[in-house]
Design a protein around this ligand. Structure first.
Ligand SMILES: Cc1ncc(COP(=O)(O)O)c(C=O)c1O
Length: 459
């Protein structure tokens, strides 16, 4: 009998509500901490967020409800590519000679090439509904900017993208992709905002960071009545929208007749990994699947979860956002320009950070050459050239499969493959021609960048 390697749902099986993990965290005795106003240090109230976000998204950011209905207009667009496939990576398993069974949920089949449209479509919809004319945002790898550019076009909104300069230079075709949908793209730091100008004065050669690009995008939204800000990761409403991924994966793992022993993903701000992991995490928090493991992967050049500190810090460099309780390397930290641009963020989602701090999730960091070696093996066996960000998760899954082989154990690995790398050919060229430096984090940088973290007590 031929082995089944692909598990597809029909469009009728598309989830109709997003899943919120917070009630399960509370049920397990955890206490998600509120974001704080940077001046008063009081919990942020909805009206403080109103200059940036529409009411529906503010409500979703703070909701304690377990399920949030997905609007019909959003579902109609999701159906252009959702449900996405779950695959069994049988050819990779054979190459590794492992008794492990590796499944991957592939989000690279979306029009923009990653999981990012799952929230871009929802955010554009709610902003249009609230009468907004233009969206401003940041992008690291270009995947998020591409997704929001497409979503804004669908809902007839203008779109302004601040693209981290390192990526702007490494990935010109991502810029053209965004421009094809009518977006305006500026390299960040730019001289078009006060935040950008300040950085350029101090560091004229700055390669930028997500923290800086966020400051520029927020400044435009805060100073223009007709413009709202949109964020591609980290905040709770973004993670919520991504849970369609995990809800589908749960149904598909049932079709496969398997249950994951370990769920692996890459973490920039946490959205693709939380989207896949949280529906499964609920089982662990409820005590139904206490042995299920969760493994977050990140770059050694920006090791937020493995070397950062759990503290209240700003989400951006210019200190415009509320203080978020999260693992951080300090909001001043500018990571080395590694190719996984979407993982170069100093902070992480507050809920995901808490799950790591309280021991429900493990984290591991890899260098560039380690992840590209895994990416090329994946391409050779499964045919997909992964995004450098997603290659971190592949490295994690391969290491789990090798550990299973060495222990002579079966192990079911569920891997989140967040995007394809078809726009990342410069990165692959650098790897194949041995031009990739093994960028390691210098602990002395941490001491300097952590000095900027405000001194706010944390429970
Ligand atoms: C393909 C891909 N994966 C992962 C990420 C990391 O973001 P997040 O942690 O929000 O999923 C990005 C960010 O740009 C990305 O483009």
């Amino acid at each position: 009998m031929t082995e089944r390697t692909r598990f597809d749902l029909s469009t009728a099986d598309l989830p109709t509500a997003w899943f919120n993990i917070v009630p399960d965290m509370v049920g397990a005795g955890m206490h998600p901490l509120p974001p704080l106003h940077p001046g008063t240090r009081e919990p942020v109230s909805p009206d403080m967020l109103a200059p940036l976000f529409p009411p529906a998204l503010i409500e979703q950011e703070m909701t304690g409800e377990q399920w949030v209905d997905i609007p019909g207009e959003v579902l109609d667009i999701y159906r252009l590519w959702r449900p996405t496939s779950l695959f069994r990576a049988a050819r990779l398993e054979r190459a590794l000679e492992t008794p492990a069974r590796i499944y991957f949920k592939y989000e690279g089949s979306s029009p923009a090439g990653s999981h990012k449209p799952n929230t871009a479509i929802a955010q554009a919809f709610y902003n249009k509904q609230a009468g907004v004319r233009r969206m401003s945002t940041e992008t690291g790898a270009g995947q998020w900017g591409s997704s929001l550019a497409m979503a804004c076009r669908f809902f007839d909104l203008e779109c302004l993208v601040f693209m981290v300069k390192a990526s702007f230079e490494q990935k010109p075709y991502r810029r053209v992709f965004m421009e094809t949908f009518g977006a305006e793209v500026r390299p960040s730091p730019s001289s078009t905002t006060e935040a950008g100008k300040k950085i350029l004065e101090a560091h004229p050669d700055s390669t930028g960071s997500l923290g800086i690009a966020i400051s520029e995008a927020i400044e435009v939204a805060a100073t223009n009545e007709d413009t709202n800000y949109s964020i591609g990761s980290c905040l709770s409403h973004v993670l919520l929208h991504q849970t369609v991924v995990g809800l589908e994966a749960q149904a598909q793992m049932e079709m496969a007749g398997d249950r994951p022993d370990v769920v692996v993903g890459c973490v920039g701000g946490g959205s693709n990994y939380a989207g896949l992991a949280y529906p499964f995490m609920a089982g662990k928090l409820r005590g139904d699947t206490p042995d299920m493991r969760f493994l977050a992967t990140e770059p050694a050049a920006c090791p937020t979860l493995t070397k950062g500190r759990f503290a209240y810090d700003f989400g951006d460099t210019a200190q415009m956002t509320p203080l978020l309780p999260m693992y951080t390397l300090g909001h001043d930290f500018v990571p080395a320009p590694v190719h996984a641009g979407g993982l170069r963020y100093h902070g992480d989602s507050p809920t995901l950070s808490l799950l790591v701090r309280d021991g429900f999730m493990e984290a591991v960091a890899y260098t560039q050459n380690e992840i590209f070696e895994a990416a090329v093996l994946f391409a050779h066996t499964q045919g997909i050239v992964p995004a450098p960000e997603s290659a971190h998760a592949i490295r994690g899954a391969i290491d789990e499969a090798i550990a299973a082989r060495e222990a002579g154990q079966e192990r079911v690995v569920l891997l989140g493959l967040s995007g394809h790398g078809n726009f990342d050919m410069q990165a692959y060229d650098d790897y194949l021609n041995h031009r990739l430096p093994e960028v390691e984090f210098d602990d002395r940088d941490l001491v300097a960048s952590m000095a900027s973290v405000p001194d706010v007590p944390i429970a």
